[in-house]
Design a protein around this ligand. Sequence first.
Ligand code: ZN
Length: 427
Amino acid sequence: MSRGLRLTRCGTPGAANTPNICREEIPMKRSIYFILMSLALAAAPGAAAPQRAFAAAPDQVRKMTYQEARQRLRPAELPAFWVGSVEDLPSRWAKLSAGHAREIARSPGGRPLHLVSYGERETVKHPANFNSAVGGRDPASYMDKAARRKPVVYFVGPVHGHEVEGLTGLVNLVQIMETGRDLRGKDQSALRSLGGQCRLLILPAGNPDGIARFEPRAIHGMPKDEFQFWGMGTWADDSIAFWPGSKRQHPRTGPEIGWMGCYFNDKGVNPMHDEFLAPMSTEAPAILRAAMDEGPDLAVSLHSHESRPAVLRPAYVPLEVQEQVRSLAERAYALLAGRRLPHGSLPEARPDTCKNMDSFNLVSALHHISGAAAFTFECPHDVADEKACRVTFDEILDIQLSVYEAMLRFAMDAKQKGASPAGQKSN
Ligand SMILES: [Zn+2]
């Protein structure tokens, strides 16, 4: 084996044993350097490991200022169906006729987060919060999901501002639910019909501050260093930030930080890694409260990365729920393959251990506040790199809509079998 493996991931669990996400191979000698540096720092008596020592091995110390990044921007040639900003979202929501939009929070930058819903909300027994209901050995005491006629499906748009593939997908989904056509004008009446058989909760922009900071409006065709700049940002010396060092300071503010990347809201908080029991910001609590109030059967957090489309293992949820997510992934991948679209590997259910530790992130919290089968979906950006998954703008939208379709079919099948996707049985 002549090459080492380094993963760059966008804040989601399950990556360590998932070969198809955010993968970046680097020569083994660089890995050896990285290991030796880590050991040397750990051995230094009394030395607190400096954040920057882990931020980048020498080969990765690429510098870029904000001005340089802006100068590299090419003229925008975005298709009309692409949505890469939040500016016109409120005016879109004001025109809804079939759906209903409500503001559920304001970002630190003063930007609204809207939840768009379709389908009647069904009133069922809801005497306890999920945690207490589980303590009472009866998840249905949180919400009698089996008594609902329709499944409830929750789509959480990008909480990382440069991952606008999910924003584009969800604004198109809203258009489909309103008109039966996507923003390309393509007939999507079959998807609209599926959506009409569910209650849909659509939160198109999970981090409007980060999206507003994303001036390129799309990563599509962007070289890797620029992609990394707009995502993770830079350190004070203008070197581009890389995972995992970039996550070792959070909120990402203070004198060590250069340009704040689009992962973060205006307070430097990455909503995927908010402190859910003592929140640092407004977005993640609002996303979770919507789940708590509605009790979705199925929930997705939409992300993007360099590699093929991938459903990720949700961490710190029961193995049965992880298996459900794997079944959903099988369904989504079959749809993608049938449409000649790429897909990655299936997630593997496994216990969470200290040896192979993932973070308890927003997706984990979505399950533990609502009982939903919650997962992360990663869509390719089309980074201009030989190891990246290359896709067109159209394919990106088709990938998004295919995954939504798979989710709706999966939730409806579970409802017909008398079970919530997360396993709550019918009475
Ligand atoms: Zn992400």
